[in-house]
Design a protein around this ligand. Structure first.
Ligand code: ADP
Ligand code: MG
Length: 254
């Protein structure tokens, strides 16, 4: 089946602005494409995109996965194909539909240790849902794990988010080298977020990764943070909104 969804995923070190940038992307897509189907996925078990978008989450992908596992363990003799049908139905049912976009969260698996089960599930869900949407925005987990586990395999636009720190730029270099092997991306670029001012730009080395935009520290966002307001309402002239618009234009998404 031909699938033309633009699947935009964000990756990078923790705390660099992946969730804020994801929310700003959703905001700009919703404004630019009111007639398109837009989906936001919070793929970070640390959770945050729902708050940034002002959404109440009831059911997560992890809840659905657990229900299905429980059905199987109960010795329910439903055929595998029926279980798949159930899962599909439950996933579409769990989508939160709001003004202009839909939302789903991977959730926070409680069982100790490994997120690998939910990551394997997430990969299938991304494939399943992207057939029904024009734009999918995935706020990824910090670090390289989801890239490594091929969760992001079908991503078409990979956005690497960093701050100005060496640690941040090293993490995006590592992510890029793994993504070059394991992600079928069409376009890739970096956003350097939360720089104190433009004078430091010449000192930042992204190891050859093209920088789509530099975003200066955003006071509006800081105030929104304090008041717990969601990013959909950020003024258009906020640094983060301007910087994300520029990055999306560079990627020819806007
Ligand atoms: N450009 C910016 N200016 C000011 N604060 C920012 C900026 N980008 C992100 N922040 C703040 O930094 C914190 C971490 O951002 P977040 O988007 O949650 O990062 P991540 O998802 O990568 O962990 C949040 O409190 C967010 O509001
Ligand atoms: Mg986050």
């Amino acid at each position: 089946m031909e699938n033309n969804a633009k699947i935009i995923a964000l990756s990078g070190k923790g705390g660099v602005g992946k969730t804020s940038v994801s929310a700003a992307i959703v905001k700009l897509l919703v404004e630019a494409y009111p007639d398109k189907k837009i989906l936001a996925i919070d793929a970070d078990p640390a959770v945050g995109l729902s708050t940034a978008l002002g959404i109440e989450v009831e059911t997560t992908l992890d809840d659905i996965r657990k229900e299905i596992v429980a059905t199987v363990e109960d010795g329910n003799t439903k055929a595998a194909i029926e279980l798949l049908g159930d899962a599909r139905y439950k996933i579409f049912d769990a989508l939160v539909e709001t003004d202009g976009f839909a939302f789903i969260a991977v959730g926070r698996p409680e069982s100790a240790g490994c997120y690998c089960k939910i990551n394997a599930y997430l990969k299938e869900v991304i494939s399943l849902l992207s057939a029904d949407f024009d734009y999918v925005v995935i706020d990824g987990e910090a670090g390289v794990e989801q890239i490594n586990r091929r969760v992001m395999e079908k991503v078409t636009h990979l956005l690497l988010i960093t701050d100005a720190s060496k640690k941040g730029t090293q993490v995006i270099s590592t992510i890029k080298s793994v993504a070059d092997e394991l992600v079928m991306y069409k376009k890739l670029g970096a956003i350097v977020n939360r720089i104190p001012d433009k004078s430091i730009i010449e000192h930042i080395n992204t190891n050859g990764i093209p920088v789509l935009s530099y975003i200066e520290s955003d006071n509006n966002l800081a105030f929104f943070d304090i008041e717990g307001k969601n990013i959909m309402e950020l003024p258009e002239d906020s640094n983060i909104v301007k910087g994300v618009r520029q990055a999306l234009q560079e990627l020819e998404i806007l």
